[in-house]
Design a protein around this ligand. Sequence first.
Ligand code: NDP
Length: 250
Amino acid sequence: MSDTWVIVGASRGIGLEFVRQLLHNGFHVIAGVRDLSKAEKLDEVKSQQTGPERCIIEQCDITDEQSIQGFADKVKEATRVSGLKVTNIVLNAGILHYPNRATEISFADFALHLHTNTIGPIICAQKLLNLNPDSPPSKVVFISSDSGSTTIFRDDEDGFGAYGASKAALNQMLRHMAAELTRRGGQWTRTSILAMHPGEVETDMANIDLGWEVHGSISAEESVRCMLQVISEKDETGSFWCWDGRRHPW
Ligand code: NDP
């Protein structure tokens, strides 16, 4: 059976780069995108690789429970038909509507940050984890953020209230997921739940006028290349890592 990665939120930015590098490295990929009609960059990446049949693209809107269920069903069917085994799952989809200050944000926009950055990724991981209880994946990776760290609380980081809160909630929930799987025992103890800060990465999300200079930005290529190395090396479930392999404080 071939090792397969599931990447959720793969239409552009970091998620797209995960697909590109994984295909280049010879893996099978099942890529989830919010809107199949707006996945041109992903289609292009798929067609540029040798063995485009190693890439399956399916619809997955992380804010919609039915869409997540539909995606999980498609993943199950794809693995059944082609004998693939899902070994790694990356929950990458996320939003940042800047600014999202606690003193200003609307109910709806705060809810959207939570649906997209916290609830959707956790529910999607939960459904994918339960697809094949006899043989769960090795790694479930949540793309979190340094903005979600409650230890390094940056009170000078203006405009990141709801975004930071949504990533902090994601961090807390994924730690519970790790602890629950450990308590289940048996084969579940072979699944590592990891959180990753990808760095300050040059993507659409980071292309905002913050009013201050961001130092040390890296390309999506470098971020993903380094994260793939870290993901392959780290087995400690319920742990939080930077793209460059340093441990990140919760
Ligand atoms: P981009 O804005 O470039 O890409 C975001 C991706 O998430 C897109 O593929 C987008 O799809 C997808 N997405 C958003 N909402 C949904 C949804 N409802 N359902 C499915 N997919 C969705 O951001 P990045 O690539 O920079 O960010 C990727 C992850 O990295 C995010 O979780 C982000 O919080 C995190 N991160 C990024 C940092 C950076 O510096 N760039 C720093 C720290 C963390 P669509 O094209 O349909 O909108």
